[in-house]
Design a protein around this ligand. Structure first.
Ligand SMILES: NC(=O)C1=CN([C@@H]2O[C@H](COP(=O)(O)OP(=O)(O)OC[C@H]3O[C@@H](n4cnc5c(N)ncnc54)[C@H](O)[C@@H]3O)[C@@H](O)[C@H]2O)C=CC1
Ligand SMILES: O=C(O)[C@H](O)CS(=O)(=O)O
Length: 492
């Protein structure tokens, strides 16, 4: 039975819902469905804790993150197995996700000794000017189920090292990682109230967080629809909001590409995590001269994919998170057929034998897809790929950019001129060359253009911009009133 973590205390709740292993339908935990009351309790505790936490020197705040990183390292295998249990992703990917969290802990702990500002010359004599980062106050993070620990670390670690207190609402599908991370923070000695975890529905706990007047920042990852709702409410209240809302990412394969490498990149980015990544490849934009050969090699590789319970080390594609996601994916496949795309592989849920009690979908490949079809425009969030044929690099870039999202893109080519043109013209926050669309590194900014976000970035040093304000400080040590902007000469 999981509990909320508020003001350093574990608090049970009378209303609970089941946490289900998507690989076999087993109930693995029960999680609170909290209300506005728990959100307010957490905010009141956070307000008090933040005032003290902001006064702790940043290198000391960072010590807590070093401890968190070390505990995660010791518990890596156990955490990875729990992650596979609640989310379904295959165990080697779960290990990778926990490692992302560990890397983020050490990287952001390093920021405790940097948090760089600027010093600049002042216009006047005997005057000093600088800008420094200051914490914002109480901040909220609202996270999805597809990366239940990594995304939380991208957001909470910079917030905490910068001196904020955090209210965290994890996805109800994957609360175990949140529960474990809160326990790790407690063990690492984080003062009470600096991190508060409130479990519950987005429509209740999420909305209460967004509407709470004492929360100054909301950092969200999830669907475009919910992101827009959050942004409007935050806009009304003049709250800072950072959004990461997915993608319609493409791999471009040019006629000079190493096709085997391209196939490996596509398979990994499209069917890894069963396509449930915001960076997942869901379009392949291929030069017409190599289309047939690419399709042949892709189909051969797809046949080798083992689908099943992610705890089995041989399995390469795990389950879909829940029934409604499965139905959404299948709905898109049916739509693709009606739109006139040609189904080359997959296109159905797996329901027999070992798949009977879980939610599994066969890796699916469409060809003859027109760039304007809805399957080529909308985020499916499942193992479904559309092949679009083009005649030139220029056309490939145009097709890549013709979607409302702009998260990740990739190009396979051996021509350095094409590489440089592509990285200049692909309208996405992340561009890969001779690699798939997934695999972001935590010390670089993560996010995208257009409908993917609103200009902010997770991870990298840029994450600190979300969780800090800039303060400009002028120190005049002349002992007299010097009047800047009026007359520099008269102050000689
Ligand atoms: N960008 C990404 O990484 C992700 C994108 N998605 C997309 O979203 C689709 C639906 O997945 P969901 O889990 O339902 O995403 P969602 O956007 O509903 O949920 C994401 C988080 O927001 C919370 N939330 C929901 N409604 C809220 C509200 N009104 N106010 C505040 N918080 C709220 C949820 O409880 C969860 O913690 C997927 O099929 C996929 O297309 C989903 C997960 C991650
Ligand atoms: O949130 C995600 O989808 C992933 O963490 C990003 S990546 O590692 O696949 O680039």
């Amino acid at each position: 039975m999981l509990e909320n973590y508020i003001d350093g205390k574990w608090k049970g709740h009378s209303t609970l819902t089941d946490v289900i292993n998507p690989a076999n339908g087993e109930i693995i935990a029960k999680v609170p469905l909290s209300s506005e009351k728990e959100v307010d309790e957490a905010v009141q505790a956070a307000k008090i804790a933040q005032k003290q936490w902001a006064k702790v020197p940043a290198p000391q705040r960072a010590e807590v993150l070093y401890k968190v990183g070390n505990i995660m390292k010791e518990r890596k295998e156990e955490l990875a197995r729990l992650l596979t249990l609640e989310n379904g992703k295959v165990i080697e990917e779960a290990r990778g996700e926990v490692q992302e969290g560990i890397d983020m802990a050490f990287y952001m702990a390093g920021e405790g000794r940097r948090l760089f500002g600027q010093t600049t010359p002042a216009e006047l004599k005997d005057k000093f000017a600088m800008s420094i980062r200051v914490p914002v106050g109480v901040v909220a993070i609202v996270t999805p189920w597809n990366f239940p620990i990594a995304i939380a670390t991208w957001k909470s670690f910079p917030a905490i090292v910068a001196g904020n207190a955090v209210i965290w609402k994890p996805a109800t599908e994957t609360p175990i990682m949140a529960y474990e991370l809160a326990k790790i923070f407690e063990e690492a000695g984080l003062p009470k109230g600096v991190l508060n975890v409130v479990f519950g529905k987005g429509s209740i706990v999420g909305e209460a967080i967004v509407q709470h007047p004492d929360i100054q920042v909301v950092s969200f990852t999830g669907s475009n629809e919910v992101g827009r709702t959050i942004a409007s409410e935050c806009g009304r209240q003049l709250k800072k909001v950072s959004l990461e809302m997915g993608g319609k990412n493409a791999v471009i394969v040019m006629d000079d590409a190493d096709l085997d490498l391209a196939v490996d990149g596509i398979i990994w980015s499209a069917f890894g995590t069963s396509g449930q990544r915001c960076t997942a490849c869901s379009r392949v934009i291929v030069h017409k001269d190599v289309q047939k050969e690419l399709e042949k090699r892709l189909l051969e590789k797809m046949e080798q994919l083992t689908i099943g319970n992610g705890l089995d080390e041989q399995v390469k594609v795990g389950p879909i998170i829940n029934q409604s996601s499965l139905e959404k994916i299948h709905g898109y496949v049916e739509l693709g057929k009606r739109e006139g795309a040609k189904l080359l592989a997959g296109g159905f849920p797996l329901t027999e034998n070992e798949y009977k009690y879980g939610w599994f979908y066969a890796p699916t490949l469409f060809t003859n897809v027109h760039p304007n079809m809805r399957i080529a425009q909308e985020e499916i969030f499942g193992p479904v790929v559309s092949i679009i044929s083009v005649s030139s690099l220029e056309e490939a870039i145009e097709v890549n950019n013709q979607v409302s999202y702009g998260l990740s893109s990739s190009i396979f080519t051996r021509d350095v001129n094409r590489v440089f043109k592509a990285q200049r013209d692909l309208d996405t926050g992340i561009v890969y060359v001779n690699a798939g669309t997934i695999g972001a590194e935590i010390h670089l900014p993560f996010g995208g253009t257009k409908g993917t976000g609103n200009g902010h970035r997770d991870s990298g040093v840029q994450a600190l911009d979300v969780f800090t304000e800039w303060r400009t400080v002028y120190v005049d040590y002349s002992g007299k009133l010097q009047r800047a902007q009026i007359d520099i000469e008269s102050n000689e």
